[in-house]
Every structure is written in structure tokens, then in C-alpha cells.
Design a protein around this ligand. Structure first.
Ligand SMILES: N[C@@H](CCC(=O)N[C@@H](CS)C(=O)NCC(=O)O)C(=O)O
Length: 311
């Protein structure tokens, strides 16, 4: 069967979307790009994501992968070389180690940087959107929160030390991509001088990762409209070919479920459960023309029975 088109749905300011683009570029994968609005509503994305509102998503034909944890796992499976989990010098795998350190980088360090936004500089529409996304007031945190940021930056500088890659691997790993993504975000929020002054090792590391992950290659990828992405999903249908199973006795394959992230952007995705394992939750989301198979990671997500309709 022909390989379906790969489509990155992103906006370039999104650090998580940048990290995903770097993985695609590092692995020399060809893909198409849909530039989405940085705020809701995004009605043309809904048939693909079933409700999930975070950025990025990666579409492969009618299969849609949500959250960079699940997306990157899929890319590593389909395109194992070059791996973003190179072995340690001892020969041991870095997969679990890298994923565990990435959790700190993606939650605590990323969160500390987010608190530094100068909300006075941001458009009202954007602030309102992000208040809803977070379920609390966005940015503009206490100036005293800088202490938490500086402490975490010092920890990251110490973790990196003078090595080219955080885990001292022969080539970059997921940890380097997650760290560079945070440095990129910090640079956008606090400015390059702040990064250079407070985290010079991270600044140099980021430049190296940008070059190795071929950051600018994304500009060479064909741009498509959201409508074309929907046509791809419609015309390149591939059924779910994994095992239909549920490891939770509370949920059965074939039942209507809602899937939610546990942290932010808690907007439900709805569909029929196809599979629920320790690696992923897969739902089938049908609209008039499209049957999307939507894949979420099991870490950080919850699937529950869909509430009964009042009709
Ligand atoms: N855990 C998610 C986090 C994604 C995330 O928080 N993305 C931000 C943009 S960097 C977002 O969705 N912001 C709100 C939006 O784009 O609607 C992942 O790894 O993909």
C-alpha cells in the first residue's frame, strides 16, 4: 500500500510544534505543512482531531496523532534511523531515561518559562484564548517566580555541562530536542540576551541542535490548505491495523468514549474506542466524509465513557 501523505498542522511560534518539525527534519521525512491559527476556533481541524485542541497534530492519511509524545513514538517506529534514542556509551538504551527527563523539561521547566510572558504585550484575543486553555489566568505570574526559573535553568546547565549532548550519547536524543525547544521558547519570551546571560551553555546547545535538526528545512516543505488536508484524510483511508483491545475492564472496544489530556487544554475528543493499551488510546471519529483514526498517548491522557445524550 502506498505511504499516505504526512501533514504537520502547526504554527511556527509553537515550541512543541517546532520540536516535532525538528524530529521530522532530523529523520529526513518529507511532509506537507498546514499553518493553523494560533487560537481557537479551528473548525477545519475538528474532523481530524475530534475536539483535541492542542498544537501540533500530525496527520498520516486518515490517521491523526495527537501530543508530541505519541507522534514522536510513531515516527520512531516508522522511521527508526537516525534514532532519537541513540544508545549510551555503556550500550544501554536511552528510551525510558530520555522520556523521563523529557517529562521534567516539558512540564516544570516549560511551565516556569510560560510564567515569564509579559502579558501587556499580547493581544486580548490571545490572552482570552489561553485563559480558557489553561483554566486559569495566562502568564503575568509574580515577578518572584523568576527564582523558580533561574533554579531550573541552573539545573539544566549542570545536566548538560560541557557535553555536546545531555546524555553524552554519540548523537542527539529526545532530551536534546526537548531542551533546545525550551531554550527556543525562553529566547522568544525573555529575549536572546537573557538566555546568553543566564544559560550560556543552553544557548550554544540550542544553536547546535537547530543545525543538526535542520530547522530551516520546514520552509522547503510544501504548504497546503486545511481543506486539502481534509481531502487527504478522505482519499487516503487506511483502517486501524493494530489489535483491537482494551486493557481496562471498565472500557470496551466499540463503545463511545471521550479522551482528555490531564494537564491543559482539557477539551474532549469524542469517538468509538478501537484500542486502549499502555502505549496508546485509539478512537474512530466519523464525520460526513471522513473517518479519522485518532491516536493519543496513554501517559497524560484519560479515556472515559461518553456521557449519554439527552435525546
Ligand atoms: N503535551 C503536548 C503539549 C502541546 C502544547 O501545549 N502546545 C501548545 C502550543 S506550544 C498549545 O497547544 N497551545 C494552545 C493551542 O495551540 O491551541 C504535546 O506534547 O504536544
Amino acid at each position: 500500500m502506498a505511504q499516505a501523505d504526512i501533514v504537520l498542522h502547526w504554527y511556527p511560534m509553537s515550541p512543541f510544534a517546532q520540536k516535532l518539525a525538528w524530529v521530522l527534519n532530523y529523520k529526513n521525512i518529507d511532509y506537507k505543512v498546514v499553518q493553523i491559527s494560533p487560537v481557537e476556533p479551528r473548525p477545519l481541524r475538528r474532523p481530524l482531531d475530534g475536539g483535541y485542541r492542542k498544537t501540533p497534530i500530525l496527520q498520516i492519511g486518515n490517521h491523526v496523532y495527537c501530543d508530541t509524545k505519541r507522534i514522536i513514538d510513531e515516527l520512531e517506529k516508522r522511521y527508526p534511523q537516525p534514532s532519537i534514542y541513540p544508545k549510551l556509551k555503556s550500550g544501554e538504551s536511552t528510551t525510558a531515561l530520555a522520556k523521563s527527563i523529557a517529562v521534567w523539561l516539558e512540564s516544570m521547566l516549560f511551565g516556569a518559562v510560560s510564567q515569564q510572558f509579559d502579558v501587556a504585550l499580547l493581544p486580548e484575543k490571545f490572552k482570552k484564548d489561553r485563559d480558557g486553555f489553561l483554566g486559569r489566568k495566562f502568564g503575568g505570574g509574580s515577578p518572584y517566580l523568576k527564582l523558580d526559573l533561574l533554579a531550573q535553568l541552573a539545573q539544566a546547565e549542570e545536566l548538560l555541562g560541557d557535553k555536546p549532548y545531555v546524555l553524552d550519547t554519540p548523537s542527539l536524543s529526545l532530551v536534546d530536542l526537548s531542551l533546545a525547544k525550551n531554550t527556543f521558547f525562553l529566547s522568544n519570551v525573555c529575549g536572546p540576551d537573557f538566555v546568553e546571560g543566564k544559560a550560556p551553555k543552553l544557548a550554544r546547545h540550542m544553536q547546535r541542535i537547530f543545525a543538526e535538526a535542520k530547522m530551516s528545512r520546514t520552509e522547503e516543505m510544501p504548504k497546503v490548505k486545511a481543506e486539502q488536508a481534509l481531502e487527504i484524510a478522505q482519499n487516503q483511508y487506511q483502517p486501524f491495523d493494530g489489535q483491537e483491545q482494551s486493557i481496562l475492564t471498565e472500557l470496551k472496544v466499540g463503545q463511545d468514549v471521550v479522551v482528555l489530556p490531564l494537564d491543559t487544554g482539557k477539551v474532549p475528543s469524542t469517538g468509538i474506542l478501537r484500542s486502549l493499551t499502555q502505549d496508546e488510546i485509539v478512537i474512530e471519529h466519523k464525520t460526513e466524509k471522513i473517518t479519522a483514526l485518532i491516536h493519543f498517548p496513554s501517559v497524560g491522557f484519560i479515556a472515559t465513557p461518553a456521557p449519554k445524550s439527552n435525546l
